[in-house]
Write a protein that binds this ligand. Structure first.
Ligand code: FE2
Ligand code: FE2
Length: 388
């Protein structure tokens, strides 16, 4: 059957507002319980046992599992935690190193509006807050991955996938551990979870269908994370963070591959109506993730008018590069899974509306994990040492 195509008015049902870019509606979603330390979500999925123990029935997943066993690292002992991190110095050095790519104090002042009178001290403070905020959302996303992948161990019907997912649970525990330690020890703490990210994580845990955990987490959240970690890893001058992100990326690339390799098989068998539900979810998740990157909580903490500040930053030319970074892994992976073009290209048209379709032909992440491996880190370190 052919699914009924939704119209513009369906946006309200999917994302809670009619216009994707309605800033007032986006900012109306805020974290109402910032002091919350325990958060309950109902998990509606069935736990599934399989009595078929034929290891290697899915060779690509088996290969990934064998790789993962040999790719474990220790967050306590493999990272240079004795590195001295001076937040103001890091922000100032990043601004110099990334001149022309990222905003510096004078280019922010040139935006005018609420930034016209931004002092150099304000700029440093904004840089520090923004860095803490970004890393904090990485931290919360990592906990989302920890919980979601434990859910996959329970809900996926294939033994090779259960085996692989169990290694990812360990990986994610390590990621939560290192981001939490880094933020606490070097930057003095973290921001609460952003409301848009929390809505997405809640939706993923809530869902009854096992593949939706993969689609929400491995394809969308981790696809974005892999790209965002890579971007930050290139931009930062802080050596401990550079190394931490590089180690985390060596795992993340495998995780995204896990999503692509698992869903490719499953989605080939689904009806148009079932695929349509996945397309809608991929659209909703894309919007939530884009909304969260407006970092509304930073402007709030800076004591600025949040809407004015965001309107101003949306106009900066680097925004295009940033958008590219966010969706550069997601869109090619959605294409590979057949999500872009099934049902008269419904998701293609929605991603056009989001302004991200141009990344559809970038490399997908089914096999890219080899390039991010721990062996590659050793080779990169050796090359750097030889050049020093
Ligand atoms: Fe992770
Ligand atoms: Fe991950």
């Amino acid at each position: 059957m052919t699914a009924t195509m939704p119209t513009h008015s369906d946006n309200r049902a999917l994302i809670g507002r009619d216009e994707i870019n309605d800033l007032d509606e986006i900012l109306a979603i805020t974290n109402t319980d910032r002091d919350e330390t325990i958060h309950h979500v109902q998990n509606h999925a069935d736990t599934i046992y399989t009595w078929n123990y034929d290891k290697g029935e899915r060779p690509a997943l088996n290969k990934l599992y064998e790789k993962a066993k040999n790719a474990q690292w220790n967050g306590e002992t493999d990272l240079p935690w004795d590195t001295d991190v001076d937040p103001e110095k890091v922000i100032a050095e990043n601004a110099i190193a990334n001149a022309g790519v990222a905003s510096d104090a004078s280019s922010m002042r040139a935006l005018g509006g609420p930034f016209a009178k931004l002092s150099d001290e304000d700029y440093l403070r904004f840089g520090i807050e923004s860095n803490i905020w970004t890393l904090s959302q990485f931290l919360h996303g990592e906990q989302g991955a920890l919980v979601c992948t434990a859910k996959i161990v329970e809900t996926v019907p294939w033994i090779d996938a259960k085996y692989y997912a169990s290694t990812q649970v360990m990986d994610e525990a390590r990621h939560v551990e290192v981001f939490a330690k880094y933020l606490q020890d070097k930057w003095g703490g973290h921001y609460p979870v952003n409301a848009h990210l929390k809505m997405l994580l809640d939706d993923i845990v809530n869902d009854t269908r096992w593949d939706m955990t993969y689609l929400g987490m491995q394809i969308m959240v981790e696809g974005l994370a892999l790209a965002a970690f890579g971007f930050m890893q290139q931009m930062t001058t802080e050596p401990l963070l550079k190394k931490l992100l590089r180690y985390v990326m060596s795992d993340e690339a495998r995780h995204v591959a896990f999503g692509v390799l698992s869903l490719r098989e499953y989605y080939a068998e689904l009806s148009d109506a079932e695929i349509f539900e996945r397309q809608q979810f991929a659209f909703e998740a894309g919007v939530r993730m884009r909304d969260r990157f407006l970092q509304q909580e930073v402007w709030e903490r800076m004591g600025m008018n949040v809407k004015e500040a965001i309107e101003c930053t949306l106009a900066v030319p680097e925004r295009e590069l940033f958008q590219m970074m966010l969706f550069s892994k997601i869109v090619p992976n959605a294409k590979k899974l057949g999500l872009l073009d099934r049902n008269n290209s419904w998701l293609r048209r929605r991603y056009e509306e989001l302004g991200v379709i141009q990344f559809e032909d970038l490399v997908d992440t089914g096999n890219e994990y080899e390039n991010f491996s721990l062996e590659q880190i050793a080779a990169e370190d050796a090359k750097a040492a030889a050049g020093a």
